[in-house]
Design a protein around this ligand. Structure first.
Ligand SMILES: [Zn+2]
Length: 332
């Protein structure tokens, strides 16, 4: 409990700096948030539950940060944070959860100061939610995640996107492993884009283990784009079962796509110290089978860290600006 209070206090300070009054404990706001989370946690077949870990708020709205918990074991999925948006309309608080078609509308109705404070508050909550992992000693031997000689354009690097997260626009469209390793997760079954409805996951993803505490994730991949040699070892039917397919830096592992929480085709790469596969209630019918009450799975990495790329130091990579154009050079 002390830990939770610590970062609630920290978020409160953030809000105070922005000159926003926090919601009082007597306000029916708290009841509305608690009721919405309780209702979500009681959904039929829901494999997990949400628990609030922080919030930022003003007079007419709020962003609630909630961690995800396994419904049966009560184990927290590390690094997975959901955003709930709260809006006041005619004196009534409405709480909107991810996976609903009004999710993006609810976000748009929030004040600009709340939107501006969201990333910093999210980063704080996420950092607190991560377990203490042992960071690897060297993170300098990664390559740009596209084939040798191909070009990619930076759209967001670490400084703009958060620790260990980097976005590319790939003209060549082929995505390649950033370092030798073992593919431990591969899913390319989804065709849907969930930006409007707030699905947090990157959907079609490949995750590679490079060493102890070293993983890379490649997200938003195009449907059916993972090559057959990977599919052979990581069958689509069982994405939750870990696989182990050796891969070399520069080998093509899929195509750039626009699946999951994405507005335009791009490649999201994330570097972390661990990975997980979270069971998720398919409220958006991500597998296109018409059922919205079954469990589907999504891979993710956590314990994010910045890595160097193509011999460039992590802090320099982090500062790469929008539209920086880069050529992959893999090997000697
Ligand atoms: Zn991204």
């Amino acid at each position: 409990m002390r830990r939770i209070w610590f970062f609630r206090l920290a978020i409160f300070c953030l809000v105070s700096v922005a000159g926003i009054a926090p919601t009082s404990a007597q306000d029916p706001f708290d009841g509305a948030v608690a009721a919405a989370i309780a209702a979500y946690n009681r959904l039929p077949n829901n494999p997990h539950a949400l628990r609030e870990v922080g919030r930022i708020s003003d007079a007419d709205g709020a962003i609630i940060f909630a961690e995800m918990i396994d419904g049966a074991t009560r184990i927290v999925y590390p690094g997975v944070i959901e955003w709930l948006y709260v809006n006041r309309n005619a004196g009534v608080w409405t709480v909107t959860l991810p996976g609903t078609l009004t999710y993006r509308t609810a976000y748009r109705m929030l004040s600009q100061s709340l939107k501006d404070g969201m990333d910093a508050a999210d980063r704080l909550v996420r950092t607190q939610a991560q377990p203490g992992l042992v960071a690897p000693a060297a993170l300098l031997d990664y390559e740009l995640p596209f084939p040798d000689g191909a070009y990619g354009t930076i759209t967001r690097s670490y400084d703009a996107h958060g620790i260990g997260r980097i976005d590319f626009d790939l003209t060549a469209r082929e995505v390649a492993a950033a370092k030798d390793g073992l593919i431990v997760y591969a899913d390319d079954a989804s065709t849907i884009q969930t930006y409007e409805s707030g699905g947090w996951w990157y959907w079609n993803t490949v995750i590679i283990q490079h060493d102890n505490h070293q993983y890379s994730l490649y997200g938003h991949l195009a449907a059916d784009s993972v090559p057959a040699w990977i599919r052979a070892g990581c069958p689509r039917e069982t994405p939750r079962v870990p696989c182990a397919v050796p891969v070399r830096a520069g080998e093509v592992i899929g195509l750039e796509g626009n699946t999951g929480n994405s507005t335009n085709p791009h490649l999201h790469v994330e570097f972390g110290q661990g990975y997980g596969v979270v069971p998720y209630l398919d409220r958006l019918d991500g597998d296109n089978d018409g059922a919205r009450d079954q469990v589907i799975y999504a891979g993710y990495v956590y314990g994010e860290h910045d890595v160097g790329l193509n011999g460039v130091a992590p802090d320099v990579v982090g500062a790469w600006g929008y539209l920086t154009v880069l050529e992959a050079v893999v090997g000697e």
